[in-house]
Design a protein around this ligand. Sequence first.
Ligand code: SF4
Ligand code: SF4
Length: 458
Amino acid sequence: MAKITFSIGGVHPDDAKLSRGCAIEVLPLPQTMYVSMAQHLGAPAKPIVAVGDKVKTGQVIAEPGGFISAFVHSPASGTVKSIGPRKDLAGNNVTHIEIAVEGDEWVEGVDLSDTLVTEIQEDRQAILDRIKACGVVGLGGATFPTHVKLNPAPGSVAECLILNGAECEPYLTSDFRIMLERTKEIVVGAAIMQKVLGGCRTVIGIEENKPEAIEAMKKAVAELPYKIEVLPLKKKYPQGGEKQLIQAVMHREVGSGGLPISVGAVVQNVATSLAVYEAVQKNKPLITNVLTVTGNCLPVEKQHNYLFRIGMPLSYIAEYAGGVPEAAGKLISGGPMMGRAIANLDAATVKGSSSILYLSAESTKRGQESLCIRCGRCSDACPMGLEPFLLHRLYKAGDVDGLEANAAQDCIECGCCLYSCPAYIPLLDRVRQAKGMAMAAIRARAAAKQAAKESKTK
Ligand code: SF4
Ligand code: SF4
């Protein structure tokens, strides 16, 4: 039987899951934590505490700054030491709340026990309110507020909820470990979201290179009273891309600029499902996640999967794990295909942090860029059906109309084109910039249209 996967493009990098055997370890609290106000897609959160305030673990310290935004909670108990700009991962200034940690005294009403709660008592609106109040955002990379995604606009119908357990990026193993260690909680989280979405078909998609996770999930689904399927997927990058998963599971294409709900799909990561479970069944806000410390220049005993709290500096975690290896030529947050280089190791972890990846200088050495030989490998590899060599050319010519006409805005920044190019053209960087140009043009046009509409109604 043909294996289930998406139909266009994709590549097969070595999955290098070196930390797959490392059980999740809980990191101790540092003395100081820095909580970012920009932990989600959308407007930054607004601090509601002042310098000198005493805070408890799980207490709301910032509220949403707009419709698409999220609550932020204190990751420890202590005193607010400062509120102001601090550099994030990329070196940009972002408002952070600095907390001098004095302990781990939680706010009232949070169930910290390990007892599995399977009965879903709340109604749809109460569940959405709880998910919002607990600051849950998508943990598969986009950090889109979950209460918004689970509440499609009137007229849109969710036909299928897909739980993304593909974890197709090489090296990363945090999703794999939670699928093994928090299996039933993830399934209950899926059932909660299924209820919110009106009882639609619900599928947990897992790449076939994680047979233990597939088995554990199948067993959990069989033991729990919900109607949920577990679907093994072919190992192919980027199998975990939202549009690729929808295509593989539902055989439907999300059109250019369209959202998954336009074809009846809602995609959530398995880690988000766990966060939904904790929010709804335990009243526990999203202040923890699992992060992989890994890389090809780390010995086996220094590979780890850690349960971290938001606000822990990456440098604290790196130090705790044994320090930055001398052979490391590049530090990445995320996977090697889509992750971002870490420009500032003192940056604080955020809800969506997934890894500290150390790659050796040797393995990250780029070949000398040469001229495009028109081999077409980048187009063959592109899972969005784009022509990266053409986008590259249009970008260099500054042809914004041409970029838009050739759908640069649909690029999912997966890096398959860069991975495939024998001329070592930095296609990912260029296509990202090209996408930025096309998106800016689209946004400017929409703003002008809106302004014209408003001036007519005046
Ligand atoms: S980065 Fe963009 S252009 Fe390149 S393969 Fe991925 S989707 Fe296609
Ligand atoms: S893979 Fe590289 S060399 Fe081949 S067509 Fe694409 S950009 Fe040109």
